[in-house]
Design a protein around this ligand. Structure first.
Ligand SMILES: CCCCC/C=C\C/C=C\C/C=C\C/C=C\CCCC(=O)SCCNC(=O)CCNC(=O)[C@H](O)C(C)(C)COP(=O)(O)OP(=O)(O)OC[C@H]1O[C@@H](n2cnc3c(N)ncnc32)[C@H](O)[C@@H]1OP(=O)(O)O
Length: 170
């Protein structure tokens, strides 16, 4: 099924998952969808692998962590959090050299915490990895003090903006 993109989220300068200047990172992009979910897209490279041809489980954990952690911004972009816990289930190998879609949503939101879930979906629609995570809310200046938001948190326009995202298997 195809979903309309309502908003592309900012990216950071150096983050392992979204950093635009981190050449060893995933360079993932994040898109808020019409159904309230957040989707991320990244291309898995050979240097993300564990066993030959297979994305490292820690990389899958990283993309799920950030996609679930950012899903809170769909409803309130002033909320930031740090990961308290992350539980994963690796169901299928995740291939390298592949455009991978991760989709996430918030399942619980309280004054102090939020929880969410997400999955990495393979191009053939199979769900490769699922995750559930819990975040403790914290003001951004407590998470990253002495950090210049204007330098670290950037809108990244595309030459060809993504208007729709097809989620395989739906
Ligand atoms: C300035 C520009 C910046 C630009 C951004 C740049 C880059 C970022 C890129 C993207 C950002 C966007 C979104 C990203 C979202 C996620 C991505 C990854 C995030 C991370 O990669 S982040 C690194 C890993 N992460 C940590 O570095 C945390 C280290 N740790 C701590 O900082 C403390 O440990 C803390 C604060 C977690 C708890 O502190 P504490 O213990 O004092 O908290 P407290 O007692 O007040 O508990 C309050 C309530 O949280 C519950 N609770 C506590 N701990 C829990 C746990 N571990 N699991 C589950 N629940 C927990 C309690 O049970 C209680 O709940 P209740 O009240 O219901 O009992």
């Amino acid at each position: 099924m195809k979903y309309k993109v309502l908003k592309k989220q900012n990216s950071s300068k150096t983050c392992l998952v979204c950093g635009v200047k981190n050449d060893l990172g995933l360079k993932a992009r994040f898109y808020q969808l019409e159904n309230g979910e957040l989707a991320s897209i990244f291309n898995s490279k050979e240097f993300h692998q564990s066993y030959p041809g297979r994305v490292h489980g820690g990389i899958s954990a990283a993309i799920l962590d950030e996609t679930i952690g950012r899903a809170i911004s769909v409803s309130d972009e002033t909320v930031w959090g740090v990961t308290g816990s992350l539980e994963l289930r690796y169901k299928k190998p995740v291939p390298i050299d592949c455009d991978l879609i991760t989709v996430a949503r918030v399942t619980r939101d309280t004054r102090k915490l939020f929880e969410g879930e997400g999955e990495i979906i393979l191009p053939n629609g199979e769900i490769a990895v699922t995750a559930k995570a819990k975040y403790v809310k914290m003001p951004i200046d407590q998470i990253a003090d002495e950090c210049d938001m204007a330098e670290e948190w950037l809108p990244i326009p595309d030459d060809e903006p993504v208007e729709y995202i097809e989620i395989p298997g739906r």
